[in-house]
Design a protein around this ligand. Structure first.
Ligand code: GSH
Length: 228
């Protein structure tokens, strides 16, 4: 059976990384069972076998793959039924979509979610999280986190999703596939941290509810952090 190494918070059941959720959704798509191997930010030894330090990492018998898009590619090669990517052209377009996500949706959500990540991770991970993120952001987490700016940025990032989802149930058309999981992973990030910063009553809100139901039907209830 596949093993999925994925980021967890202070409780091992609280898995929240957007990239790991992409892979959970892709495994649901393929109908593959997996064993979750939760790792905290600073559990780098648990990932040493993969030759790098980031999750998700998928172990499937003797094969180890890291990086969400590389895992999508692997799953389509190894389990060709119900394609995720739709071949080389689909894969190339998905990589382009991933660039837009990195420019648009991701920074909007980072602004909104940074305080929740800090609250939900293991206290032993907090210094590492702060130092590594402040280095890449070039400012303190407090200076970067900005609810109003994040909401405005998110509203802009959601416009193309709402436009697509007015005319079809899934981003990939009549049935969900890689684009839904690529973007959906970021919605699961917010959701598992106990947030829902998108309007519930919107095409995107309806789509997320469908995606959550799709996932929970196959993998059971999704654990969410509670606000204390
Ligand atoms: N491009 C990678 C990104 C992986 C990534 O950034 N993973 C984060 C989890 S959100 C991680 O492992 N962070 C650990 C760390 O920062 O030390 C993918 O798509 O899988």
């Amino acid at each position: 059976m596949c093993e999925l190494y994925e980021l967890c918070g202070s409780s091992p059941e609280l898995v929240f990384s957007p990239y790991c959720w992409r892979v959970r959704l892709a495994l649901a798509h393929k109908g593959l069972d997996f064993v979750s191997r939760p790792v905290r930010f600073t559990d780098k030894e648990a990932l040493a076998f993969s030759g790098q330090k980031l999750v998700p990492v998928l172990r499937d018998d003797a094969t180890t793959v890291h990086d969400s898009l590389a895992i999508f590619h692997y799953l389509d090669e190894r389990y060709p039924e119900s394609s995720l990517l739709g071949g080389a052209l689909g894969e190339s377009r998905l990589r382009l979509l991933d660039q837009f996500i990195a420019q648009d949706l991701r920074p909007a959500l980072v602004r909104l979610l940074v305080p929740r990540v800090l609250a939900c991770i293991d206290p032993l991970d907090r210094d590492y999280f702060r130092q590594s993120r402040e280095k890449s952001l070039g400012m303190s987490l407090e200076a970067f986190a900005d609810r109003d700016a994040g909401q405005a940025q998110l509203a802009r990032a959601l416009q193309p999703l709402d436009a697509m989802l007015k005319g079809q149930p899934w981003l990939d058309g009549a049935v969900p596939a890689a684009a839904d999981y690529l973007i959906g992973g970021f919605f699961f990030w917010a959701w598992t941290l106990g947030e829902q910063p998108w309007p519930e009553d919107s095409p995107t809100g309806d789509w997320f509810r469908r995606l959550l139901a799709f996932c929970e039907e196959r993998q059971g209830p999704v654990q969410r952090a509670t606000h204390r």
